[in-house]
Each structure stands twice: as structure tokens, then as C-alpha cells.
Ligand binder design. Structure first.
Ligand code: ADP
Length: 628
């Protein structure tokens, strides 16, 4: 028997493993099973070139848990290891493991390192106080036994083993105050770990499980029987060909995996080869999860490397605007032992993400074209996220998303896409008009919409907070600019009409100046309206910030947002009797004009759905006038 010390860097990693406070200790099983699976792959490839007659179906991984002896044994009949290989592979840290030491210099704590790296064989020491490896290399006559109790080193001696392959015996640690190691010996836990991490290993992972069965010839006497169960399902659904799969199977997989009771709106199953080789299975859920629009929601797809799960949620695979997508990506190009940080810079991953984004986009476009009802259902759940996607990127994602947007409009109760809107614009119509408000019915009653509607132009109804911000970032759709019905210039009047209004405004300049002065601090100006037909007044705004945007910002947590104010204009309808009244009063009773100005201003605010500063004063004034 030879006793040796671990190489210095292996020793350091071992120390980390042994004293690990990492909460995901359970990954040790995934690591050992992946190693076993690799060893069988190696034997399989060798047997192909050497024609040994060994096939995949001869190979299996066996798990045994002995509660009394506190051992967990993982056996494979793969390629095995020679004495030298045992020394080199298990005595020295593997290449992949040495990555961990890069970060060591940067003083990253061990929790991080373990979390970010697949740590391979040494992870066994997170749960075992002693590890024994008995291995016989394929084609060799001798077997060897390697043991280690941790940092002190390891020993190697001759051993007996009938056939090729490797047997790893873990002596599981005793329970500690806040650590339950017993569970790693419990069949239910082992089963669930294999389901979680190693379900798609292509070799069967078997375990003898005790069952009770009715004793033959009796009616209520039971006896124990041992059944060998295969714990993994081996072929993942996404590795099957599309033609083999029915919608029901896709949907069932989704519901089981993501605990949703509703079928998804659509699934996307794609495989590509070339610059990025991967298979993806993605789903668009029917409804947003309860926490979707909160900070707690974490986007991401599950990441597999050749059937082995390496990350539960890889956020970098999805753009924020498609954060609702659920599913997984399986790529052979990604190594098991890759850190989260490295993944962020991984070129391969970026290529995959880009290609996934395109598939999702195309699927949504297809849905919009072929199944409008379903698309609208999707949009009701996640349309807001698409709009945020444009807004948050300052318009950079516009090209990707603009054709997926829909709005309610003044033309009927359904949704309209921008493409549809533009296609039915009147010939002389310059802008894409929109009006904002808290609901469709509120918007329908807005005085500002009168003239635009009267021209027969369609108006988009913006009821989401983000809508106006989104189109501001978009600026235009295929060259057609967006224009609020409250905008200063609606582009509706002819030159002659403009002149006429200008003249009327000049005629009453003194009155308007007086009212503006009385409403100082509240409005920027009082003007004659170019958009009202029957209503007396309305509020519009100048500049980038609309009244609707001010409302949205006023409830934001940031002081700066809350204090942002629209430059409001109080517009008065020249055709309305109140205007004649104001003119008459201006000559006779200026105090009354001041009072009326304030009342009209408050009315305009109420129409907009905004609060007025002094509701009691306002109602008192109205009653006073009513009692005259
Ligand atoms: P990695 O798998 O990332 O290379 P590990 O520390 O898990 O790192 O394993 C080191 C090496 O030990 C493997 O590359 C492999 O050559 C060898 N090895 C581990 N487990 C087995 C096994 N069950 N059968 C044969 N070789 C194995």
C-alpha cells in the first residue's frame, strides 16, 4: 500500500469541499454520475473502433444505499482506471477544477467557487468523510483500490474486481447540527436527485428498492420484495424528433415541469447545428405567474450540457422582453464545468441566446398571423413586457418588437397592430394618433379626441402606463410619427384655418393673458382650442412630457420622477357659449373672470382624471354660482 499527499492545489480544493457550507451539496451525485456516464461513453467509442462487441445496452450505472453502514455506492461498467490514471485523475486536480484557483486569488469565498464551478469528483467530500474507489481498466487484469479521508492524502493498493469499471463508495458524514446527511442515504432523496439532475443520462441508473407486496395465497399478509428500478427516463423529450411528438405530450411535459395547470399558448422546439449547436424546447405560458411583474421574478432557461442539467436558470439566454418564456436549452458545446461568470462572457452562449430570441420572435409573429385569438390572449398576459422592452432599451429593440405590439382603438373593440393601423390610414392623414387614459371608456369621453375622430381618423387608445413612453422612444412606425390628440400641433388645419385661429387668439389676447396670469404656476398658457368641437375646455401640454406621463411619474418612488410636471395648456373652445361669457365678463367684472378661470381649470383636470388641489373650494364656488 502506498500513501501519498495530494498536490497542493488539490489539497486546497479538498479543504473547501470538506468544510463546505455550500447549500447545494447534493450536486455531488450529479458529478459522480456524469463521470460514470463519461467512462461508459469512452468504453463505447473504444469498442466501436476495436470491435469488442460491447454495446450501449450492456452498460448501466448502479446505485446502492446502505443505511446501516452509511455508505452510498455508485458503480459503473465503463472504461475504468489504471493505477496511473487513479493517481493522475484523482490525486491531482483536473484541468477544469484548476479554474477554481483563478478565482481563489481574487478572494472569492468557497461558496461562490463551488456554486459556480462543476467541481467534479472532489465534490464527494462535501458529503463523505471517506471515499473509496475501486477500479479496473478495460483490458487490464489488475484492479486497484484508492482511498482518502480528505486532505491528509490518499492511498492506493491492489484490489480484486471481477469486471472492468469503477465503484465509488462514499462513507456518508454523520448528521451535524444544521446539516442532514442522512437524507443522502434515503431512496426517495436519491430518486429525486437523479430526476432533477441526471434524468437524461443515456444509460440506465438503477437501484434496488424495497416494496411491499401481497403474499401469495393470502388476502392481507404482505411481504417485502426487492425490485430493481431504473431511476432516470434517459431520453429527454427534446431529443425526440418533432414528428414523434403530439401537442399533448409537449403540453404535459410543460405542466409537469413548471407546475402550471394551464396549457401553454405555444411551444417552440428547435435544433440547430453550425455556429451554435443546441436543441431548445421553449414554452410561452398562457398567463403571467403571480410574481411576473415584480422584482422577485427571475427569468431564464434551464441549461443542459448533453442531457445533464448544469444550471437551473440561465438568465443570459433570454432578453428581458421575452422573460416570460420557459424552457430549456441543451448544448454539447457547453462544458459541465463552466462558471456562471464565465457563461456571461461565453461566445457560444451569446450565439445561442441570439438565435433563441429570433425563434421566439418568429413564433410570436406566426401566432399573430395564424391564430389571432391565441395571440391576443398572449398579448393580454405579456404585451406590457414587450412595450417595456422598447422603452427600456430607449428604442433599440424597436425593430424587433414593433410588429408584435397591439392596441385598442377608436375603430371597434378589438386590438389593432401598427401595421393594420397604417394600412387603413386616410390618404391625407399625417400621423398615428393616440389618446391616453386609465380605461377605454374614459378615453372615449376625452374632449381632445373630438376633432381627430371627426376627421374619420383612427385613434389608438393607450391604457397601459408604459404606452406613451414606449411610442416616445419609437418616435415613428415605418416613417409615420406618433402624435397625441393632446399635442400642440395635430397637423389637421389648413394654412387658412391656422390664420383664422391665430387672428381670433390675437383678438382676445388680453383676456388670455389675464387668465394665464391668474393661473400662474398651474398652466403655462391659456389658449384657444384647435381640437374641441362641443366641449368647453381641455388640458393639453407642450414639450416631451404629457399630462398622462406626469400622472404615471407622480406615483414613482423617485423624487425626481415625482416632481416632473407637464407644461400644461388650458384650451378653451371658441364656439362654446362660455367663451362669449368670458369675453363679456372681462370688460365688466375681472374678478369673476379670475374665478371662472380657476373653475374651468379644475374641470379640465377632472376630465383628465387628475386630482384638484382644493376640491372643497371648487364645489363651494360652483354652488355659489348655482345659487345666484
Ligand atoms: P472532470 O470529470 O471534470 O475531468 P473529475 O474530478 O470529476 O473531473 O474527474 C477527473 C477524472 O477522473 C475524469 O476526467 C476521468 O478521467 C476520471 N474519472 C472520474 N470518475 C471516473 C469513472 N467513474 N470512471 C473512469 N474514470 C473516471
Amino acid at each position: 500500500m502506498e500513501t501519498k499527499e495530494f498536490k497542493a492545489e488539490s489539497k486546497r480544493l479538498l479543504e473547501m469541499m470538506i468544510n463546505s457550507i455550500y447549500t447545494h451539496k447534493e450536486i455531488f451525485l450529479r458529478e459522480l454520475i456524469s463521470n460514470a456516464s463519461d467512462a461508459m461513453d469512452k468504453l463505447y467509442f473504444r469498442s466501436m473502433s476495436e470491435n469488442t462487441g460491447i454495446t450501449r445496452s450492456d452498460m448501466a450505472i448502479r446505485i446502492e444505499a446502505d443505511k446501516d453502514a452509511r455508505t452510498l455506492t455508485i458503480t459503473d461498467n465503463g472504461i475504468g482506471m489504471t493505477k496511473e490514471e487513479l493517481e493522475n485523475n484523482l490525486g491531482t486536480i483536473a484541468k477544469s477544477g484548476s479554474l477554481a484557483f483563478k478565482t481563489e486569488n481574487e478572494k472569492v469565498d468557497d461558496v461562490n467557487i463551488i456554486g459556480q464551478f462543476g467541481v467534479g469528483f472532489y465534490s464527494a467530500f462535501m458529503v463523505a468523510k471517506k471515499v473509496t474507489v475501486i477500479s479496473k481498466a478495460y483490458g487490464s487484469d489488475s484492479a486497484f483500490l484508492w482511498t482518502s479521508e480528505g486532505v491528509d492524502g490518499y492511498s492506493i493498493e491492489d484490489a480484486n474486481k471481477d469486471s472492468h469499471g469503477t465503484k465509488i463508495i462514499l462513507e456518508i458524514k454523520d448528521n451535524a447540527e444544521d446539516e442532514n446527511y442522512d437524507e443522502f442515504l434515503a431512496p426517495y432523496k436519491i430518486k429525486s436527485l437523479i430526476r432533477k439532475y441526471s434524468d437524461y443520462i443515456r444509460y440506465p441508473i438503477t437501484m434496488d428498492v424495497e416494496h411491499e407486496r401481497l403474499k401469495e395465497g393470502t388476502e392481507n399478509e404482505y411481504e417485502k420484495e426487492i425490485v430493481t428500478e431504473t431511476l432516470n427516463s434517459m431520453t429527454p423529450i427534446w431529443k425526440k424528433s418533432k414528428s414523434e411528438l403530439k401537442d399533448e405530450e409537449y403540453n404535459q411535459f410543460y405542466k409537469d415541469k413548471y407546475y402550471d395547470h394551464e396549457d401553454p399558448i405555444a411551444h417552440i422546439h428547435t435544433s440547430t447545428e453550425g455556429t451554435a449547436t443546441y436543441t431548445a424546447l421553449m414554452y410561452i405560458p398562457a398567463k403571467a405567474p403571480y410574481d411576473y411583474y415584480s422584482k422577485n421574478y427571475e427569468k431564464g432557461l434551464q441549461l443542459y450540457s448533453s442531457g445533464v442539467m448544469i444550471m437551473e436558470k440561465c438568465g443570459d439566454l433570454l432578453p428581458d422582453y421575452f422573460s416570460f418564456v420557459r424552457g430549456l436549452v441543451d448544448s454539447e458545446d457547453l462544458s459541465l464545468n463552466i462558471s456562471r461568470e464565465m457563461l456571461q462572457h461565453d461566445r457560444q452562449l451569446k450565439l445561442i441566446a441570439k438565435s433563441l430570441e429570433k425563434s421566439i420572435r418568429n413564433e410570436l409573429k406566426k401566432l399573430l398571423k395564424n391564430d389571432r385569438d391565441r395571440y391576443e390572449k398572449f398579448f393580454d398576459s405579456f404585451g406590457m413586457q414587450l412595450k417595456y422592452g422598447i422603452y427600456e432599451s430607449f428604442g433599440a429593440n424597436k425593430e424587433n418588437l414593433q410588429d408584435l405590439l397591439m392596441f385598442k382603438s377608436s375603430f371597434g373593440s378589438g386590438y389593432v397592430t401598427l401595421e393594420e393601423y397604417v394600412s387603413r390610414m386616410k390618404e391625407e392623414q399625417k400621423y398615428i394618433y393616440f389618446a391616453s387614459g386609465s380605461s377605454v371608456s374614459r378615453i372615449e369621453g376625452l374632449p381632445q379626441t373630438e376633432l381627430v375622430k371627426d376627421k374619420g381618423y383612427e385613434i389608438l387608445y393607450f391604457t397601459d402606463h408604459v404606452d406613451e413612453f414606449t411610442v416616445q422612444m419609437m418616435h415613428d412606425y415605418n416613417g409615420k410619427e406618433f402624435r397625441s390628440v393632446s399635442a400642440d400641433d395635430l397637423g389637421l388645419e389648413s394654412e387658412a384655418e391656422k390664420e383664422e385661429i391665430k387672428k381670433a387668439e390675437e383678438d382676445s389676447k388680453e383676456l388670455f393673458d389675464f387668465m394665464t396670469e391668474k393661473l400662474a404656476g398651474k398652466v403655462k398658457a391659456v389658449k384657444l382650442s384647435r381640437r374641441l368641437k362641443t366641449h368647453p375646455v381641455c388640458i393639453t401640454s407642450e414639450g416631451m412630457l404629457s399630462v398622462e406621463m406626469e400622472k404615471v411619474l407622480s406615483v414613482m418612488p423617485e423624487e425626481q420622477a415625482r416632481s416632473a410636471k407637464a407644461q400644461k395648456i388650458l384650451e378653451i373652445n371658441a364656439e362654446h357659449p362660455i367663451f362669449a361669457k368670458l369675453k363679456a365678463l372681462y370688460a365688466a367684472d375681472k374678478d369673476a373672470v379670475a374665478e371662472y378661470a380657476d373653475i374651468l381649470y379644475c374641470q379640465a383636470l377632472l376630465i383628465e382624471g387628475m386630482a384638484i388641489d382644493d376640491p372643497v373650494g371648487f364645489t363651494n364656488k360652483l354652488c355659489e354660482i348655482m345659487s345666484k
